[in-house]
Design a protein around this ligand. Structure first.
Ligand code: ZN
Length: 249
């Protein structure tokens, strides 16, 4: 019975970035992108949520943030979640707070982000993550560099989304229950969260042990050739307010 590469073709086998590979890959990333990617791995934000995170939704003292908006890079706008019930609170780990402090230090945070908000509100807060040139990051730009960095680090190539899955896998492996995981991840369907909880190495080892066999020494995960998003080449040229597509890694 084979496992590994063939299993990755199945609907449920999704590549994720674990802490070890994230560390190796991070060494080949620009420092601004590395912070964003690491923050994604600490919070499970979707790429658009990460790039659209406003500083005023971060409650550093309580250690929580609200996720209620997303950057739509193609349109260069910030879109609020249409339904209040989609808004979620995400706890901040010490590492996430460390990254926030580094990103926000010394900046004027009451300036608007400079992008149009599709709900018509006037923005009065800076974005947490900006490129070195002070522009909003593009999820596809960060993703392209993540892919390149994972190649350089000789770890399985992953998309930016894999940081979110890495977060979910780590939380599930650490014992977070499926309901709490769904809340933090913003899963509309609990079945999405169950996939992570059901497929942890611990569960696998427990099943194998129950079958009277020795647990595996290593777990194969990640996948080469993960999608970066099919529309990457169809992005209109960037104008003001958002970083350029050709931004170097
Ligand atoms: Zn804004």
């Amino acid at each position: 019975m084979c496992r590994g590469q063939t299993a990755q073709k199945s609907k449920r086998a999704k590549p994720y970035l674990d802490a070890e590979n994230a560390e190796k890959m991070g060494e080949h990333l620009r420092s601004d992108y590395r912070d964003a990617v690491d923050f994604g791995g600490e919070t499970g934000l979707r790429p658009g949520e990460l790039c659209g995170l406003h500083a005023n939704y971060v409650d550093r003292e309580r250690g929580w943030m609200w996720v209620r908006e997303v950057l739509v890079a193609r349109r260069r706008v910030i879109r609020s979640f249409p339904k209040d019930e989609d808004v979620r609170a995400v706890p901040l780990t010490p590492k996430a707070i460390e990254i926030l402090d580094r990103q926000l230090k010394g900046r004027n945070l009451t300036h608007g982000c400079g992008l149009e908000h599709t709900d018509g509100t006037e923005c009065a807060s800076a974005l947490v993550f900006l490129s070195k040139r002070g522009r909003p990051m593009r999820p596809d730009g960060v993703g392209a560099c993540v892919r390149l960095a994972s190649k350089k680090a000789e770890v399985p190539a992953v998309s930016l989304y894999a940081t979110r899955r890495g977060f979910a896998t780590r939380a599930a492996e650490g014992g977070l229950d499926v309901f709490a995981l769904a809340d933090v991840m913003g899963h509309g369907d609990i079945r999405q969260s169950r996939e992570y909880v059901q497929q942890t190495p611990t569960v696998r080892a427990r099943v194998i042990a129950a079958l009277g066999q020795a647990p595996p020494l290593t777990v194969i995960h990640g996948a080469a050739g993960a999608s970066l998003g099919a529309d990457r080449d169809q992005q209109p040229p960037s104008e003001t307010g958002i970083e350029a597509n050709e931004n170097a890694c």
